[in-house]
Design a protein around this ligand. Structure first.
Ligand code: 13P
Length: 236
């Protein structure tokens, strides 16, 4: 799906709209120099203007979530089509912080379908909690998370799948490179047409070793994407 490496900045709810837009304006020129595909995911309220700022730069804008339904009586929800109309080309679906609020594998799969239908690329997140990792049942857990996604795509075609172990998010700790090699080989086998990303405590120190892992085509970066200097070291 992606020839270039993908670097997705997931800002979560860490910056205000004003702060996000100031970041985009200030760093647009420097970001454009990257030979990778950069995707900036600010909060919903910053998306439309971020889309304008990055118009014709090659830098993409993504949303952090969307509704699984196309339209209708869903007060407070945001439709994928609306995100496409304001210039988003990516949408994150099923981030663990969203799943923690009750979003199931089946809902994530429906979000994915809605995002694809609106002409955007879904970045679907999977990943196991600490208890599953400790019990060494990660493979089984990920297989279950993937099942409804793979049931409605051709081997994950047109999808980005981000593996983010929950215990590695914002913790500064990561699976070993050996573990990641095994997991990404498995993900590639199950979804050979998907673009595979890793997320969880990616920073300027560990990016080089992560880049060496087969089948990782990009990264979902949280905390380290807020500071431009650090993010710039990660993407270059
Ligand atoms: P951190 O990079 O802050 O660990 O966050 C990872 C993440 O959740 C990205 O979606």
């Amino acid at each position: 799906l992606h020839k270039k490496k993908l670097f997705v900045a997931n800002w979560k709810m860490n910056m205000t709209t004003q702060e996000s837009l100031a970041w985009c304006v200030t760093h647009k020129n420097e970001l454009q120099k990257s030979s990778s595909q950069i995707v900036i995911c600010p909060s919903f309220t910053a998306l439309a203007r971020a889309g304008e700022i990055f118009k014709d730069t090659g830098i993409a804008v993504g949303a952090q979530s969307c509704c699984e339904h196309e339209k209708g009586p869903f007060t407070g929800q945001i439709a994928a089509q609306d995100l496409a109309e304001i210039g988003c080309s990516y949408v994150i679906a099923g981030h663990s912080e969203e799943r923690a609020l009750g979003v199931t594998n089946e809902i994530v799969a429906r979000k994915m379908v809605t995002i694809l239908k609106a002409g955007m690329t879904p970045i679907v997140c999977i990943g196991e909690p600490q208890t599953i990792y400790d019990a060494k049942t990660t493979t089984n857990f990920l297989t279950k998370q993937l099942a409804p996604l793979l049931a409605v795509t051709d081997q994950g075609a047109a999808l980005c799948i981000a593996y983010e172990p929950l215990w590695a998010i914002g913790s500064g700790i990561m699976p070993s490179l050996e573990t990641l090699k095994t997991i990404f080989a498995l993900l590639h086998k199950k979804a050979p047409k998907a673009t595979l990303l890793y997320g969880g405590s990616v920073n300027k120190e560990n990016i080089a070793s992560l880049q060496s892992i087969p089948y990782i085509n990009g990264f979902l970066v949280g905390g380290a994407s807020l500071n431009f200097d650090e993010f710039n070291l990660i993407i270059s």
